[in-house]
Design a protein around this ligand. Structure first.
Ligand code: NAG
Ligand code: NAG
Ligand code: NAG
Ligand code: NAG
Length: 501
């Protein structure tokens, strides 16, 4: 009797918690045909990055499991970007036993490191991934010995098939005063690499890696076009133009204002459109965002929790709708905003999976592993700061719809919801809906971080449970299409994927 009563109470409480009150309704009309600007997003769009000098910290089974779990949902191997500020100032000592020795303070991504041969051991891990590595570049007269020491060892440790690109320096706008100077140094680096390695003849270079401070304000000292005009692609082997993106400095507070603000995201990404269009349409290259994050620094730990996950989902979806070919979530072991903390003993507790990791399986599933026909992604402009929607075509067919409800629910009090009416669904009578959910809303950091779970379609990633392999049963809900319309409720601070095939 007692336990039955308890069960009934528990069910009522659970129900109340899971419920959200619909306070608004929004109709979204699906396009009747594939728009001509739908972008055929490459299957290796989702990506992670490790700051160069900190690669050895990721040389463990846990990191390998998280990358493999992401890769298992993708139609191509994910790319790991090894790069960053430290990647330009590393030096190499062939007699050093230590993988990476910090020789300046503080030991952050702008510190000087000396690498030894064992640094490259980490590259034999991550067999489920391919890599972008960075040739260290400096202002004027690049150090050939240094470039060869790094690139040759990295290339040999990875093997040609796992090298996706070689970046020519990082955030070069900070130290190369004009396009001609960058191009001269980049060509010196290319010559050093091609002299010491047989790279074959395919496209391989990644260029500029423009700092977020320049790219997102439209105030770079020289543009992508300027770099091409100065001859960066004289050898015809530039593969990627890369720029960096951080949503905000992290110093100003306000989760809704910065991370959960679609208007702010659109305004900032608009500054990349000239570079994206030039790269794709004139230079015939691919445009990637090779270093990205929500807050650049972190002044409030809430900036690293579930709001950062929702930001990342919305950012990646919007970026792909603009024609961006890859987004790399960047990290170093003790950066608070990281996707995971790979080890213990750092300023941030670890090892643990952090909230933003959950954006990766969501994005991978939206892109789809096996598809019939060309992918094509578009944003549906809802003219809203807090609600966004995206459609993924396969060929001419609408295959998936992603919807993000960015209104903040911080875990206290009543949770509101928006009712969505998806109009114009043809050819199917039912859909499967998957949710990116946290009972605690933006207070959730995931099971490892604060025990406030985050789930993607019912699944979780945790160091404690099984070293990041992913666990839990896939949970989806089947909803009926009635007269070409599908109705669904999305609680505040939640994102969903609606599958129509
Ligand atoms: C050039 O690189 C090598 C290898 O890292 C290093 O030992 C040497 O000090 C560098 N030279 C200069 C001038 O920085
Ligand atoms: C969202 O961003 C826009 C543009 O930056 C800004 O004008 C607006 O105040 C922000 N919204 C909130 C709720 O802070
Ligand atoms: C959907 O349901 C209608 C009415 O029951 C039926 O006529 C139609 O064949 C169904 N379509 C599909 C694609 O299952
Ligand atoms: C949170 O996740 C852990 C690990 O999967 C699980 O043991 C626990 O029951 C979950 N808590 C809730 C409230 O679902």
């Amino acid at each position: 009797m007692h336990s039955l009563l308890f069960t009934i109470i528990a069910l009522v409480v659970y129900h109340a918690r899971a419920q959200a009150t619909v306070t608004s309704t929004r109709t979204i009309a699906l396009p009747t045909a594939r728009p001509s600007n739908a972008f055929d997003v490459p299957p290796d769009f989702p990506s992670v990055g490790f700051e160069t000098a900190f690669l050895p910290g990721y040389n463990n089974q846990f990191s390998d499991n998280l990358v493999a779990s992401l890769g298992s949902r993708m139609g191509a191997k994910p790319i790991i970007r090894i790069g960053g500020t430290s990647g330009d100032i590393i030096k190499f000592d062939p007699g050093q036993a230590e993988a990476a020795k910090c020789v300046s303070t503080p030991c952050n991504s702008a510190a000087e490191f000396i690498l030894g041969p064992s640094y490259f051991n980490a590259l034999s891990r991550f067999q489920f991934a391919r890599f972008s590595v960075q040739a260290p570049l400096t202002d004027g007269n690049p150090n050939r010995t240094n470039i060869i020491a790094y690139i040759k060892r990295a290339y040999e440790a990875l093997g040609p098939s796992r090298v996706d690109a070689i970046a020519l320096g990082n955030e070069v706008n900070w130290y190369e005063n004009n396009a001609a100077q960058y191009v001269a140094d980049a060509h010196a680096a290319k010559d050093a690499v091609t002299f010491s390695l047989d790279l074959g003849s395919s496209e391989i270079w990644e260029v500029v890696d423009t700092a977020s401070e320049h790219a997102s304000t439209g105030k770079a000292p020289y543009t992508v076009k300027g770099v091409y005009d100065a001859g960066i692609n004289r050898d015809g082997r530039v593969k990627y133009v890369a720029e960096h993106y951080y949503q905000f400095d992290g110093k100003t507070l306000g989760i809704q204002a910065h991370l959960l603000n679609h208007t702010a995201l659109r305004a900032k990404l608009a500054n990349y459109e000239t570079s994206i269009q030039y790269t794709r349409n004139i230079a015939n290259g691919k445009f990637i965002l090779s270093e990205t994050g929500g807050p650049l620094g972190v002044s409030d730990d809430r900036q690293t929790l579930f709001a950062n996950t929702l930001w990342s989902v919305n950012f990646q979806l919007y970026a792909m709708s603009l024609g961006v070919s890859r987004v790399t979530g960047v990290q170093r072991p003790e950066a608070k905003r990281s996707l995971w903390i790979p080890m213990s003993g750092l300023a941030v507790p670890g090892p643990r999976v952090q909230a933003p990791y959950y954006a990766l399986p969501f994005i991978a599933d939206f892109i789809g592993k096996t598809v019939s026909g060309n992918r094509g992604v578009i944003n549906i402009d809802l003219n809203s700061a807090v609600l966004s929607a995206y459609v993924m075509f396969e060929g001419q067919t609408v295959a998936r719809i992603a919807i993000v409800n960015l209104r903040e629910y911080a875990g206290q009090g009543n949770r509101n919801a928006v009712k969505i009416k998806l109009n114009g669904i043809v050819g199917v009578n039912q859909s499967r809906v998957m949710r990116l959910h946290a009972d605690a809303g933006t207070a959730a950091g995931g099971f490892d971080v604060n025990g406030k779970n985050i789930t993607w379609a019912g699944q979780q990633w945790s160091y404690k449970v099984n070293q990041g392999k992913g666990h839990g049963t896939v949970t989806e809900k089947t909803l009926q299409v009635v007269g070409k319309v599908l109705e669904l409720v999305i609680p505040d601070s939640e994102a969903v994927i609606v599958h129509l095939k």
